[in-house]
Unconditional design. Structure first.
Length: 313
């Protein structure tokens, strides 16, 4: 969907009761989009989901400072790595020892956020080095950092150093419950938990097209190693993603069916990030938002007993 149309939807998303608006980096720069979303809304949290470590930590801190001021305290920095091939092929980043690298990245970013002329920041790490960095303006209000996690080591890191964790769209509920949740809680800290959900609503008679959209959404992940980990937990090979495992990875159904599926996440996470299928033609993308904002969100608000964790779009 064109960026301008996405911005047009921001006010409507907020009016529908969504508590978070998120921008990823598949098409546009997430920090730039978050700035635009912040100016189009007044209440909703604005979040990158996720900004990758392609920016140096000091540059990322500058972006976070900017968003913290533009959004007047509503900005959260969602931060994550990338599959190894994307790191190497797109950015020339060595993805080895990714947990150690991201731990340093978070520490360096936090230090840069708090740097002042009277208290410059220096960092001498294995991957990142900063010498006497300071900003000329006082430190901004605090910026919460949420780490994206697909595997247990990154989930454990989130539990140790972040204010929140955002579970990858490639997951199953059993993977969250059995593998990621124990990793997050290992540090003994209570942090905010969110999960990205790929959602494909359909009307009666539209199931086959919805399943086709779901397959298109998961196909790019077939060669990504972490898909094998997630499906291996169930005894499935990666190619099961477009077959018997499809509806474990993507929520497909009518609005009443989706309400039941969303309810199953209540005990697993604090909130859900609803995402459309990938590569939808523009008319179908418009229809997705019409259904989610016009039918699903009102249904979620009817009766507290029927409401899943705080929803976002």
């Amino acid at each position: 969907m064109p960026l301008r149309r996405s911005l047009d939807l921001a006010a409507r998303v907020e009016a529908a009761g969504c508590d978070t608006l998120a921008a990823g980096e598949a098409t546009y720069d997430s920090l730039a989009v978050c700035g635009l979303l912040a100016k189009a809304t007044v209440r909703t949290r604005i979040m990158t989901t996720v900004m990758t470590w392609a920016r140096p930590p000091v540059a990322a801190a500058l972006g976070a400072v900017t968003l913290a001021e533009v959004a007047e305290g509503r900005f959260t920095l969602g931060l994550g790595t990338m599959p190894a091939a994307w790191n190497l092929d797109h950015y020339g980043i060595d993805p080895r020892r990714s947990v150690t690298r991201l731990r340093e990245y978070v520490a360096c970013l936090r230090g840069a956020l708090s740097a002042t002329p009277d208290g410059p920041f220096s960092f001498d790490g294995e991957f990142f080095k900063v010498r006497e960095y300071s900003r000329t303006w006082p430190p901004p209000r605090e910026v919460a950092i949420h780490l994206a996690a697909t595997r247990p080591r990154m989930a454990r890191l989130a539990g140790e150093v972040a204010e929140g964790v955002l579970y990858n769209v490639i997951h199953t509920r059993a993977w969250l419950r059995d593998v990621l949740e124990p990793a997050v809680t290992a540090a003994g800290r209570r942090i905010e938990r969110g999960v990205m959900l790929r959602l494909v609503p359909h009307a009666d008679g539209g199931r086959e097209r919805a399943l086709e959209q779901a397959r298109i959404a998961v196909t790019p992940y077939l060669r990504i190693p972490y898909l094998a980990d997630v499906l291996g937990h169930h005894g499935w090979p990666p190619e099961a993603a477009t077959g018997p495992a499809l509806e474990e990875l993507v929520l497909v159904g009518t609005v009443p069916e989706l309400l039941d599926r969303l309810e199953a996440y209540r005990k697993l996470v604090d909130w859900v990030l609803l995402a459309p299928p990938r590569m939808l033609p523009e008319p179908e993308m418009e229809a997705w938002y019409e259904t989610v904002l016009g039918e699903l969100m009102p249904a979620l608000r009817v009766g507290s007993a029927a409401t899943p964790p705080e929803s976002a779009s």
